[in-house]
Design a protein around this ligand. Sequence first.
Ligand code: C2E
Ligand code: CA
Ligand code: CA
Ligand code: CA
Length: 275
Amino acid sequence: AKAGGRNQYRMFDESMRNQREEELQLLSDLREALRCGHILPHYQPRYSPTAQRAIAVEALARWNHPERGLILPSEFIPISEKSGLINQIGATILEQAVRQRCEWARQGLDVSVSINVSQRQLCDLDFAGMVQRVLEDHGCDPKRLELEITETLLIESNPVVSANLAKIRELGIRLAIDDFGTGYSNIARLNEMSVDCIKIDRGLMQGLPRNEEIVRLVIAMCNFMQVTIVAEGIETLEMAEWAQRNGCHELQGYFYSAPVSAEEVECLIQGQVAA
Ligand code: C2E
Ligand code: CA
Ligand code: CA
Ligand code: CA
């Protein structure tokens, strides 16, 4: 039994080492991908029932791998957050999305862009300054950019995060709370931060109609804070109608479109404008 135990320990040790090696390989591949411009945003529309078209798009990172094709964020965002590489990934997504937004604006297509920002990025002293430079470089209206953060970031009292968020607000950039309704919500703090937009978590929306009362309550809280309400994860006509009937301002989900390339989302929105 003793020898077996030791063997098991050695096997565990070895699998840990293999995992570590795989992670290192993945990180070096990612750095290479960043250098080659293989990390790019796809865009998912946010549909406004009032405007009857998508008025905003969310940029979602994709790794365009030469052999493996498109790789989704779940395979590379967690390790990027752990290693700090998320700062470079976030910067390239922001830069490309802002450039794209300005190109669309020049063509007469007015769509806002929203970008996901992780904790690691907001802990960078220069984050808000970097965002400001990107906006200036492209002559982008700050009101057409929205940053999506999770509510835990607001509750946490990190002075660098607070300074970045204050500067973001000062610049006139919009702030959205992502995945709302999943964790512990500090309504007082949210209200005090005067966020512009709240995105109701996909999981919560997909619990409909079973959890109708809860979602209505969440919507009531959002109305109290006078924010734009986005319903995430809308997959069916029934869900779209429910969300609209219950006062959600923008709807996002596979029912409208999955995240797609810049060209595809442009076609989609042009079609809606023409209709
Ligand atoms: P998220 O910000 O909550 O983004 C929404 C995710 O839900 C996206 O997955 C999207 O494809 C998916 N989704 C949208 N509509 C539907 C639907 O109707 N049904 C279902 N089942 N799923 C839907 P994706 O693109 O794989 O991104 C996953 C997460 O990775 C994002 O969740 C976000 O937290 C993170 N992420 C993506 N891009 C970036 C980035 O540039 N920076 C950072 N920091 N995080 C990112
Ligand atoms: Ca998001
Ligand atoms: Ca979300
Ligand atoms: Ca998220």
